[in-house]
Structure formats: structure tokens, C-alpha cells
Design a protein around this ligand. Sequence first.
Ligand SMILES: Nc1ncnc2c1ncn2[C@@H]1O[C@H](COP(=O)(O)OP(=O)(O)O)[C@@H](O)[C@H]1O
Ligand SMILES: [Mg+2]
Length: 224
Amino acid sequence: MSELIVKAENLKKIYRLSAENIAAVDGVNFEIEPGDFVSIMGPSGSGKTTLLDMIGCLDSITSGKLEILGNDVSKLPERKLVSIRRRKIGFIFQDFSLIPSLTTIENIQLVLYFAGIKSTKKELTKLLGKVGLAHRMNHLPKQMSGGEKQRVAIARALATKPQFLLADEPTGHLDSENSQQILNLFKQLNQDNGLTIIVATHDEKLGSQTKRKIYLQDGKIIPE
Ligand SMILES: Nc1ncnc2c1ncn2[C@@H]1O[C@H](COP(=O)(O)OP(=O)(O)O)[C@@H](O)[C@H]1O
Ligand SMILES: [Mg+2]
């Protein structure tokens, strides 16, 4: 059997504030296998972003165990966590997180630079074609629609050929038509390339289209 993408055992994240402790993720157990397409669902404040940030090695865990691509994250030195973040995981955020002064292709080249990966213009053109943006290669973010910006962000996430994609409310700033297009792109990447995708959303209509759903409420997994 091939290596699991994610394995969480009694995983917790407690934010310690002066007045109180908040259990943002409160003892969750789950596994994500290669080729999976999972939505993390639940209302605002249920812990989706906190869980995604831990899976993305963007935030530490408080207790329990979290394995990413076979690595126990709490035992990894920062250097290794950085390498996993930059080379193994593709990130997509609600606000697109593009650099405003850089064109489509430059935004992509920047993450490739930090990942230490070389890519030719031909490869990047092909990649942009895949997300339907070959004609937007030299545009700045402000010259594109929200849906186009999110497709740039998806191309950027794919450019490093990551082991899996993490998308936090990727359609939160899009209208329903553009949201559906983004979801169709995810479906296509999952079906055609076997890419593992984990998407947090509070949108039931989008979440219901993934292969599998994990529902969170107050930091705990609840049955569907
Ligand atoms: N950095 C933080 N410090 C303190 N509390 C936080 C922090 N981030 C999130 N929380 C709290 O953790 C809980 C879960 O938040 P979050 O993971 O953002 O949920 P969701 O993404 O589902 O809206 C909320 O109660 C939120 O207020
Ligand atoms: Mg969130």
C-alpha cells in the first residue's frame, strides 16, 4: 500500500489566551489516502482553517499525532517542515494571495524560485493552458477577474508538482458560477491526474461534490 497523505490521531490545537483556552481542533482522528478528494466542512469557527494549517505545516500541533506523507510533524526540524511546505504541498487561499505587482507567470516563477525548482516557459505555458489561462500569462492580478485570479493561484500551486493540494475556502470570494468552475477544475485534476485534494468549505453545495466529507463542529468530527 502506498504511503498515506495524512494520518491524524487524537489531534488537538489549543489556543491559550489570557482569559481562556480555545480548543480549535479537539481530538480528531482521520486518514487521507493518495487520490482522495476530501472536503472539510462545518460552520464558521468550527476549526477548518486551524486543521488545514496544521496539515500544511503552517502551524504547530498542541497534542496527539499528525503524520504528513509519512513524517511525524512534531519530530521534524523547521528546515524539513519548510521543505515539505514548499515542495510537497500546493496551497490555495480564499484571497488568492497573489503578489499585485507581479504578472501571472512571475507569481508562479516566484514560488518555483523558493522551492528551488527550475521550469521552462514552455512548461509554464502548458500549465496555464491546463487551467484555461494561456491568454493571461502577462497580466497583473488587477487585470483579471476573481475566477481568473483563483485559477492563477491553482496553477501556481500545481507548478511545484506537489503531492497534494490544500485549499482553504477557495471559492469564498467568488460568485456561484466561478465557484463551480473552480470545483470542476479540482474534480478534473483529481480524476485525470489522481491528485489528492483537501478543501475546506462551509458551502454545502460545493462540499457535496467531493468524494468524501469530514464534518467539523466545535473542533470535533461529527457524523454526516
Ligand atoms: N490564532 C488564533 N488565536 C486564538 N484563537 C484562534 C486563532 N485562530 C483561530 N482561533 C479560534 O479557533 C476556532 C476555530 O477557528 P478556525 O479554525 O478559523 O475556524 P473556521 O476556519 O472553521 O472558521 C475559533 O473559535 C477561532 O476563534
Ligand atoms: Mg476558516
